[in-house]
Design a binder for this molecule. Sequence first.
Ligand code: NAD
Length: 244
Amino acid sequence: MDKRIVIVTGAAKGIGKAIAQRMINDNYITILVDVDEKKGESLANKLGRLAKFLACDISNKNEVNSLFKTVVNEFGHIDVVVNNAGIISDNMIWKMPVENFDKVIEVNLKGTWLMCKAAGTLMREQKYGRIINITSRAWLGNIGQSNYSVSKAGVVGLTRVLALELGKYGVLVNAIAPGLIDTPLTQKLPQDIQEKLIQAQPIKSIGQPEDIANVVAFLSDDSTQFITGQTIYVDGGKSIGAGL
Ligand code: NAD
């Protein structure tokens, strides 16, 4: 049987790094994708023979198309695509320059859409595949994130549409909505803000990148056959409120 192939975007650090590590442990040939070439290359070298780094800006159509071409030329097929790359640029709407809205939509929504278009087109022909989009609990609404929440709400909608379009071709499309996860992105938050966010969850601790990687592994596994179009919250219960 052919080796299973997975692409993970935003794999140079944080959640993407944990996903890449987990997929390698599960014996996938793992294509780490990132704009950060230095970190991506050095991580792939550390992860060993199942890891390969390819530089790609997911918001650039030509780079995304060439990424898929390179992987298919080398391996012949792709089993799983994990769209994890994402950015934030927070501010209240009255202070947010329109450029910050554009930038976040460009990467988080358009970039994920471009990756889904390339993956969906290929997987439809293969009659097999899994697309896993990393959205955020913040799609439900977060102060200061009128750009980010909107981009992640778009990813939930995209996931549902693609589940409808691709289901009959054997392609399953799901999303994972992380809550507060301990990564370089959230480590920049002041300690008191982190503590406030933790106290607003039923589970009073911060999530680990591996909590997301576990769910990616479950959704990617061949034994998972009847779940599509869903958004799975991995957020310490934040999406149901703190129960105060
Ligand atoms: P991070 O900033 O630690 O890592 C993101 C990675 O994506 C970086 O390596 C970065 O270089 C890469 N990247 C950025 N723009 C890119 C582009 N255009 N093309 C390719 N790669 C690009 O972030 P993280 O905390 O690990 O978050 C990963 C994903 O999880 C993001 O989509 C984020 O929105 C989502 N998320 C994170 C949290 C959290 O608490 N950390 C919560 C909810 C959702």
